[in-house]
Design a protein. Structure first.
Length: 114
């Protein structure tokens, strides 16, 4: 019933309840936009590494999945962290959740942020 909704109000509702719900929705929308702007800075290859990172893979596993060296993955990982402005994978996961980005899955090609 609440799929994608910030909140729902039961009738009759008070004006302050409506205003509070609208304020929450606007704040959430701003978070989503800000997260997507940060992710838009990534190149397609960096975005692919980002998706594997939020899936919980370590650099060695990501390299094997993408068919590149560990050193290349480490370089991409550093750029992902710098461009998104985070210092941990936990923050990357939060960023992905806010932006609505799904983790990478084996055999899955890169998809643009929608």
């Amino acid at each position: 019933m609440k799929r994608g909704a910030v909140d729902f109000l039961l009738k009759p509702f008070r004006d302050d309840e409506l205003l509070c719900a609208v304020a929450q929705a606007l704040a959430r929308s701003a978070e989503v936009v800000e997260s997507r702007v940060r992710l838009a800075k990534l190149t397609p290859r960096e975005f692919e590494v980002f998706r594997w990172l939020i899936a919980g893979l370590i650099s060695k596993e990501i390299g094997a999945e993408m068919g590149v060296t560990l050193r290349t993955i480490k370089e991409h990982r550093v750029r992902v962290m710098q461009k998104t402005g985070v210092v941990s994978v936990v923050e990357l996961v939060r960023l992905a959740l806010n932006a609505g980005v799904a983790p990478g899955q084996p055999g899955m090609a890169w998809r643009a942020i929608t």
